[in-house]
Write a new protein. Structure first.
Length: 87
């Protein structure tokens, strides 16, 4: 499978600052593997969007957009499960 470029939104980098360092390390490891496997076991497509998926990491969720045509994965949100889907 092709390798994907991972892009972070500025707002997502802010999300990481609010999370405990132990969890951030786990999240960064999981995001790094998305570059080689964009749809790992347990990832789910979000309803109402063509290219948006999420992975679960304990109490945290990583929401990302998979743009196959351009070979990019854009990390949209990294938040606690109770807050991630709120606007």
């Amino acid at each position: 499978m092709a390798s994907f470029e991972i892009r972070w939104r500025a707002s997502t980098k802010k999300d990481l600052r609010r999370i405990a360092q132990q969890e951030v390390t786990r999240i960064l490891d999981a995001v790094a593997t998305l570059g080689h496997e964009p749809l790992p076991h347990g990832s789910e497509k979000l309803t109402g969007s063509e290219h948006t998926y999420r992975i679960r990491l304990g109490d945290y969720r990583v929401v990302y957009e998979l743009l196959r045509g351009s070979g990019v994965i854009e990390i949209q949100r990294v938040r606690h499960r109770r807050d991630v889907y709120r606007r």
